[in-house]
Design a binder for this molecule. Structure first.
Ligand SMILES: [Zn+2]
Length: 285
């Protein structure tokens, strides 16, 4: 940044001092009825659970109107979450637009949105035991939608490595197993993740993506309401708590737990699964 190719304009400081404007003021977003969701959750019963082994991924299915909880169980561990519409996996979680709408990190009351042209809420966060964390002195926070997922291609680019338990590969194997697809068929469906429990930010001086030891402890959880029928895949990242490195077998890694809960019949009578986005798709023609 110091050796600039072009001269610094005389009014540079004035231009830098212009206050920012929020790109997507989100006051007009449809508000989730958290009170209704929580009341339904109170009477819900567990219908499924899966333990995600360290450095592996596992899949789970959630029907619209059910809940799923992702928990830290044995030690600090971050996880990479992919979500698809269970009935059509071309609709999937859109990390970029979720970030544009809600910010770099998500918490209670915020939603995970699907890709274009579907663009509707897939899941709503109803509980987050780490919501106390806020934004730390480094600009770090938890549950980010700014990272992508650790992957073997970046490792190969930077270190020349051939590592097979990055979240990208874990998610690819898990999705292939679940749907009976080849790895080559499954891989393009793996997408940018919600980094559950991961503590990240951008450095103020260089703007680089950073991670630091997750504040998560066994017993912490992030819980969602499924707005549509979901297929989920959760990878217990080889980075463990992501305090030092990922993309290797060096870090201490722990399993994670995913539990699915079904509400009592009739407890969501006032609720409807969100429709597809209302844009008419004529694109001006
Ligand atoms: Zn990872």
């Amino acid at each position: 940044m110091s050796d600039t190719q072009f001269p610094i304009p005389a009014d540079a400081d004035t231009r830098r001092a212009v206050p920012p404007v929020i790109c997507y003021p989100n006051e007009t977003l449809p508000k989730p009825d958290l009170a209704l969701y929580r009341a339904a959750r109170d009477g819900a019963e567990k219908v499924a659970e899966v333990t995600v082994p360290p450095r592996e991924a596992a899949t789970f299915e959630v029907t619209a109107g059910q809940f799923f909880r992702i928990s830290s169980i044995e030690g600090p561990q971050v996880g990479d979450l992919n979500l698809w519409n269970r009935n059509d996996i071309s609709e999937r979680f859109f990390s970029g637009k979720t970030r544009a709408l809600h910010g770099t990190h998500v918490t209670t009351g915020e939603r995970l949105w699907s890709n274009l042209p579907y663009m509707r809420p897939m899941a709503t966060i109803i509980a987050d035991t780490l919501e106390w964390y806020g934004i730390d002195a480094y600009g770090g926070s938890v549950h980010d939608v700014i990272g992508t997922r650790c992957d073997p291609y970046t490792g190969n680019l930077l270190q020349g490595s051939q590592y097979h338990h990055c979240c990208h590969s874990n998610l690819t194997r898990a999705l292939a197993d679940h749907l009976g697809l080849s790895l080559a068929e499954a891989e393009p469906h793996v997408h940018d993740v919600l980094n559950v429990f991961m503590c990240t930010g951008f450095t103020r001086d260089t703007g680089q993506y950073f991670m630091k030891a997750s504040p998560v402890r066994p017993g912490d959880y992030l819980e969602f309401f499924a707005e549509i029928d979901l297929l989920g895949a959760m990878s217990a990242c080889p980075g463990g708590d992501c305090s030092a490195e990922h993309s290797s077998d060096t870090a201490a890694c722990y399993p994670m737990l995913v539990e699915v809960f079904a509400p009592k019949e009739g407890s969501l009578a006032a609720w409807q699964s969100p429709a597809l986005n209302g844009y008419d798709r004529s694109h001006g023609c």
